[in-house]
Design a protein around this ligand. Structure first.
Ligand code: SF4
Length: 378
């Protein structure tokens, strides 16, 4: 496949983890016994020799847990994917890391690479709660990792937090948010726990053993988070993401802007030439797939592309420009969505301002209800 210059973002999946968290349904596998070196070579090959990627604006290595690689393996991966890349156009290069995995050697590898943003999977600062959700790290590991990263010159650090966890109270969420604020970091992603099939939590829930907070308590937590982060100058720029000015995730914005991106590695999803595709998930299948890494492809119709434009765009606080929508699809927005638009304006779920349609704070809480309205009847 030739280099597609118009595509400016790439995601690379490292599916290995040193533990399996009880809530997780991502494409991942326990590290032990996996052919990690072979996997890294295959990812580098997909990047350089299948897609011939030579220029990107954003690059994101996620997982799984990228930092379970040894420092030598990480160095090989970063050198391999950067060997043919014009680094002068790379604005943001994020890697996901687990607190506790960042050895001094790993920090040196990252410091000497073009990585300039770290996303730390903190989830909570509460050691007891961390254990209950299957995480291995501790609150102390979070502070140590951030300290090491800052000493190495990384200032663009984001953390993930989860709320609505088993037996979690509003006071526990307040404590997590307070500890986040004390760290003075520029970005946080806050997710409410979602019970997924084939997870330990789902099994526990089916047996009545999980004890999740009620919906009302979850709403209290969500409202506390919104109010507290807003009072501390964090912009709520996407449903689950908050940042100081200029620290929005450029890479993730490419997804919400509904633009195309390369997806590389086992189980990775990508969007190229109007096709949403998924790579083989099990590592062995991915390795055995040769040059044909994809397990499924779906060519999106114009109708599906328009629906996605709305679902994804409305996740952002800035919402969707109706003029840009009409230009992109060469069709009048009102012809497609005029009656939906009129109906939604009668609710308090959306805001229409300066030609842009966006969700209100209440709309963010009930986003799925709004998204459904933009499904186009066949
Ligand atoms: S949440 Fe992250 S670290 Fe935990 S099992 Fe899933 S991918 Fe691995």
């Amino acid at each position: 496949m030739n280099n597609m210059n118009k595509v400016n973002a790439a995601y690379i999946h490292i599916p290995f983890c040193s533990q399996i968290c009880y809530y997780c349904d991502f494409a991942k596998v326990l590290l032990e016994g996996q052919p990690v070196d072979e996997y890294i070579e295959s990812v580098i090959d997909e990047f350089n020799n299948i897609y011939h990627i030579s220029s990107l604006r954003t690059l994101y290595i996620g997982g799984g847990t990228p930092t379970v690689l040894s420092s030598e393996q990480m160095s090989r991966l970063l050198n391999g994917i950067n060997s043919k890349l014009d680094l002068s156009s790379l604005e943001e290069f994020t890697i996901e890391a687990n607190p506790g995995d960042l050895s001094d050697e790993m920090i040196i590898v990252l410091e000497n690479s073009s990585v300039n943003r770290i996303s730390l999977g903190v989830q909570s600062f509460d050691d007891k709660l961390l254990k209950k959700i299957g995480r291995k790290h501790s609150e102390r590991d979070v502070y140590d990792s951030i300290q090491k990263l800052r000493t190495a010159g990384f200032d663009n650090i984001s953390i993930d937090l989860i709320y609505g966890l088993p037996k979690q109270t509003l006071e526990m969420v307040e404590s997590d948010v307070t500890k986040f604020l004390e760290l003075n970091l520029p970005h946080v992603s806050l997710y409410s726990l979602i019970l997924e099939d084939h997870t330990r939590f789902m099994n526990m829930e089916r047996k009545g053993l999980l004890h999740l907070p009620s919906d009302d308590k979850n709403i209290d937590m969500y409202e506390y988070i919104l109010n507290t982060l807003a009072a501390n100058d964090y912009a709520h720029y996407e449903i689950s993401n908050f940042s100081k000015t200029g620290f929005e995730s450029k890479h993730n914005l490419t997804y919400w802007d509904n633009t195309e991106y390369y997806g590389i590695g086992a189980g990775a999803s990508g969007y190229l030439e109007g096709i949403r595709y998924k790579n083989h998930g099990p590592v062995h299948h991915y390795l055995e797939a040769g040059k044909n890494k994809r397990v499924s492809e779906e060519k999106l119709s114009q109708k599906e592309q328009m629906e996605e434009e709305m679902f994804l765009g409305l996740r952002k606080a800035e919402g969707v420009s109706l003029k840009a929508f009409s230009e992109k699809f060469d069709i009048d927005f009102y012809e497609i969505y005029g009656s939906v638009f009129e109906d939604l304006l009668k609710t308090d779920l959306v805001i229409y301002n300066n030609g842009r349609l966006s969700l209100s704070e209440r709309g963010f809480e009930l986003a799925n209800e709004v998204f459904e309205k933009f499904l186009i009847d066949a």
